[in-house]
Each structure stands twice: as structure tokens, then as C-alpha cells.
Design a protein around this ligand. Structure first.
Ligand SMILES: Cc1cc2nc3c(=O)[nH]c(=O)nc-3n(C[C@H](O)[C@H](O)[C@H](O)COP(=O)(O)OP(=O)(O)OC[C@H]3O[C@@H](n4cnc5c(N)ncnc54)[C@H](O)[C@@H]3O)c2cc1C
Length: 460
């Protein structure tokens, strides 16, 4: 990296906040994407840690003028290589933008700097007793800005949706350096184009998010976890739309093949409580009263029994509930060393049984297995393509393509929540027409005429 760029960065953010040694930079050049898929980082980078939107504006004005790539970086928990610099770049870590700006309990909203982590937000809100923020992707090290940029989902999407449903306002520094505000505290606002929602899920390609206004909700204090076992994935998947059609919306509905959760439990030194059957559904219910919680639990158990459930249990204590959720959350981590790819497809909830059947048929064709866990209530399956003897399977690309085509056939998507990033952009044409992709390229050009912000992410 040229000396004049390093000097300019030191002038803007201060000498202590520019990292140039590779050994201190390494952790900023990676994320949590599967090893085999992870794009190779360009090591000719510097890491810069600004502390305000004004400093970011100064960096962007200079980078835009000199046409230097800039890669915004949050908590580095992303799963699509989006935060990995593949060009010689200024890596902009948002970690020093970490103020809890304002709790507005009259409007049920909170404003935070984008580098505030999910763990920090939950800690602050726990002090309030009655308020909570519902979105929880698996890793609390994710920053709120990163969660907006990836439009994160997680286990509670059945009831509460995804980030997009809870972001009200953003302060953004554009690639050309201007500071702008999109949205605000309004519930209704139809003036002009909706730039707020353009930014959500834009993966650091359209602007750098510096402040976020989030919607908060009153806590529902009665929580219960049900674990219901089935002999087949088809039986388990078939009951899910029926429960939703009955008007019951659990906080989470998770689909878990037994050997996946047994391995995750072993990884954590815990024991998976269900023994009969080969597939489990986990339901987490959060209700205002205990009566409501029990009544809905009973209906779910009855409906599952009608759909050939072979066993059911209620996790009574908070510890049992925590263990089950922790085991489920660690499915990916437990398998990480054996996975060639972890897919993130989604179809409309009623098509999940068809997709699960197709996944199994495709896996059999390649004489392998493709373990499935998933946020089944929102139609989002995570299935793994396994390594063969620790190596990338020769059929990886072909098998993945067939699985994606299966999802598209049912009107689905290649990625529900983990993002396009640098790893899935080559599959854009499976889902979009040339004209649709051209419009997206036009949007990128309007925000970032010199193509300096996170190049190689989503579109080239
Ligand atoms: C164990 C595990 C489980 C997970 N489970 C889920 C899950 O269930 N659901 C889910 O949706 N995700 C899940 N994730 C993925 C991950 O947590 C999310 O993608 C998260 O939203 C990324 O946030 P981050 O701060 O780590 O962003 P990073 O990884 O640092 O960056 C991600 C992208 O956002 C951009 N970006 C970051 N901050 C900003 C900013 N301030 N302004 C503009 N662009 C920015 C980066 O340039 C990059 O393109 C999981 C990850 C792990 C490791």
C-alpha cells in the first residue's frame, strides 16, 4: 500500500488507528465463510478504524478521488465472503463506532452506532426489563451495521421477520463521501423512492452505515420449548404449514436431522434429549400468559401426533431450553471442518417438504448425504455438502447447481439470509434475468460511480 495513502489515513483517523503490519491485519482479512469457499484475501491492504461519520466521509472523499477500493467491515461473522478484500483496499473497521446513542421508549425505538454489537444491544436492553429486539442470527459478535448490510434473519423470523422489518432509519456515508439520512422514526412515509430498504441487504456496496434506528417490542414473558420427533423428514416438514394455517405463530420452528444435532451436542459436551425417530422439530413459543403458552403447546403436540410424530417433550426449565437452542445454534460449527458448502436456500413454507425430498434425492444420486437443519417455519433450509475424505468432492459444483435449481423450481432463492457476497454472485443468473441484473448494476453505478466500495461483492 502506497505511503501517501497510509499517511492520509493517519491524518484522518490518527496514527493509533491505522494498521499496516500483516500479522495485526490478518483477522481483518477473513470472515466465517466455509474454508473451501472463502475468497482469497488480497494482503496488500491497510486497516483503518474511524470513530465518526465525519472521519468516514473524509476517507471516502479521498478514496473516491484516488479510486482506491474500500471494504467496510463489521464483526466479521458473515458467511458469504462479503467482508473479505479481494483487491488492494482500505479495510474500514467500524468497531470504534460503538455508542448506544438513544433509547426512545415513547416511540419504542433505539438508535445505535453501526459498530454496536448485537451482544452489546441485548445487554443494554436487558436493563430495561420490558423491551427487546427480536432478531438473532447465531453469532452475537455481529455488529448492528453488519446485520443491516446483510439483512440478517435467524431463528425468530417466523414470528418477527428479518432485519428489514425492524430497521426504521439509517445514517449513511456514500461512496462519494456525502453523509445522508434514509428513513427515520415514522411508521408511515411514502415520499419518494424507498432508499432505506435499498440500503438494507446491500452488503457494503452502496454506502457505509454509521447509525441505525431500530424498532423495539414489549417482551412476552412466558417462553416454552417443545421438541417433537418424527421418523421421516417429509412427515416433519408437512406439519409446519398446517400449524401456521391454524393461526399459531411460534417464535421459532426449527427442523433438525437427528445425527446433525447429536453431533452438535457432542461438540458442546451435552446430550440431545430426544431418542425416538430420526428428525426433530423444535418449537419455541413466547406468549403473554402461561395459559396461552400451554394451550398453544397442546395444539401443536396434537397436530404433530396426527402427522405421525413418534415422541414429544416439553423443555421445562430455562437450562433445558437454553441447551436445546445452543445445540441447534452449533450445528454449523460442529460440522464446519467436514463441510464443502453450507447452503442457505429458501422456498415458500408450503414447498419445504418438496425441497427436502429433492435435496435427499440429489444427495443419493451422488452417493452421499446432505444433512439438513433449517428455519423451516420461514421456508429456509440449511443443508451441507460434505467433504469426501477431507477433500473437495469432484461433483461439488454440479450437485450444488442441481440443489439451487430445485429451489428455483419451487419459486425459491439461492440465499435466504447469508447473502450473495463474493461466494454466491456466480449464481445470480439462476434467479434473475439479464435485464434485472442490468438494473442492479445501474443502481450500483448511481451510488458508486467509480466502483470503489466493496468491489466484487454481489455484482462485478
Ligand atoms: C455461527 C454463526 C451462525 C450464524 N447464523 C446466522 C443466522 O441464523 N441468520 C443469519 O442471517 N446470519 C447468520 N450468520 C451470519 C452473520 O452473523 C450475519 O451475516 C451478520 O449479519 C454479519 O454481521 P457482521 O457485523 O459480522 O458483518 P461482516 O461479516 O463484518 O460484514 C458482512 C457484510 O456487511 C458489510 N458491512 C458490515 N458493516 C457495515 C456497515 N456498517 N456499513 C456497510 N456495510 C457493512 C461488509 O462490507 C460485508 O459486506 C451466522 C454466522 C455465524 C458465524
Amino acid at each position: 500500500m502506497k505511503v501517501e495513502i497510509i499517511e492520509k489515513m493517519k491524518n484522518i483517523v490518527g496514527v493509533d488507528w491505522v494498521v499496516t503490519e500483516l500479522s495485526r491485519m490478518q483477522s481483518y482479512l477473513s470472515d466465517e465463510t466455509e474454508h473451501l469457499l472463502k475468497p482469497k484475501a488480497n494482503e496488500d491492504c491497510i486497516v483503518v478504524k474511524p470513530s465518526s461519520a465525519q472521519e468516514i466521509s473524509g476517507i471516502m472523499k479521498y478514496a473516491n478521488q484516488e479510486k482506491i477500493p474500500v471494504v467496510p467491515r463489521g464483526g466479521g461473522t458473515g458467511l458469504c465472503g462479503a467482508a473479505i478484500p479481494t483487491h488492494s483496499s482500505i479495510v474500514m473497521s467500524l468497531e470504534r463506532l460503538n455508542q448506544y446513542v438513544e433509547l426512545d421508549d415513547k416511540n419504542l425505538m433505539v438508535t445505535v452506532d453501526s459498530g454496536f454489537t448485537l451482544a452489546q444491544l441485548n445487554e443494554e436492553l436487558n436493563k430495561q426489563k420490558n423491551l427487546f429486539f427480536p432478531i438473532h442470527p447465531g453469532d452475537e459478535g455481529a455488529q448492528i451495521g453488519g446485520m443491516v448490510a446483510e439483512n440478517a434473519g435467524g431463528v425468530s423470523a417466523v414470528k418477527h421477520g428479518i432485519m428489514r422489518n425492524h430497521v426504521k432509519g439509517l445514517e449513511v456515508v456514500l461512496p462519494t463521501g456525502e453523509i445522508v439520512n434514509f428513513g427515520g422514526k415514522l411508521i408511515k412515509d411514502n415520499m419518494g423512492y424507498d432508499m432505506l430498504h435499498m440500503m438494507i441487504g446491500s452488503e457494503g456496496t452502496l454506502g457505509i452505515i454509521t447509525k441505525v434506528i431500530l424498532k423495539l417490542y414489549a417482551k412476552e414473558n412466558h417462553r416454552g420449548t417443545l421438541l417433537i420427533s418424527f421418523d421421516t423428514g417429509e412427515d416433519a416438514a408437512a406439519v409446519v404449514p398446517k400449524i401456521l394455517q391454524r393461526g399459531i405463530t411460534p417464535l421459532a420452528m426449527e427442523y433438525m436431522e437427528r445425527y446433525v444435532v447429536e453431533k452438535a451436542a457432542e461438540h458442546l459436551g451435552l446430550t440431545w434429549p430426544a431418542k425416538k425417530g430420526s428428525v426433530d422439530l423444535m418449537f419455541i413459543l413466547e406468549e403473554t400468559t402461561e395459559d396461552e403458552l400451554y394451550a398453544k403447546s397442546e395444539i401443536i403436540v396434537e397436530m404433530c401426533e396426527k402427522h405421525h410424530a413418534v415422541d414429544s417433550m416439553i423443555a421445562e426449565t430455562a437450562k433445558e431450553q437454553r441447551n436445546i437452542l445452543e445445540i441447534r445454534s452449533n450445528a454449523y460449527t460442529a460440522f464446519k471442518e467436514e463441510i464443502a458448502d453450507a447452503l442457505d436456500m429458501a422456498v415458500a413454507p408450503a414447498s419445504v417438504p418438496d425441497l427436502v425430498r429433492d435435496i435427499n434425492t440429489i444427495a443419493k444420486k451422488y452417493n452421499t448425504i446432505s444433512p439438513v437443519v433449517g428455519h423451516i417455519g420461514d421456508g429456509n433450509t440449511h443443508n451441507f455438502i460434505m467433504l469426501v475424505n477431507g477433500e473437495k468432492p469432484s461433483y461439488l459444483d454440479e450437485m450444488r447447481q442441481e440443489m439451487y435449481e430445485a429451489a428455483i423450481k419451487y419459486g425459491g432463492t439461492v440465499t435466504a439470509e447469508h447473502g450473495t457476497g463474493k461466494t454466491r454472485k456466480k449464481h445470480m443468473n439462476l434467479q434473475f434475468s439479464d435485464r434485472e441484473i442490468e438494473i442492479m448494476k445501474g443502481i450500483k453505478k448511481a451510488f458508486d460511480p467509480n466502483g470503489i466500495l466493496n468491489p466484487g461483492t454481489i455484482i462485478d
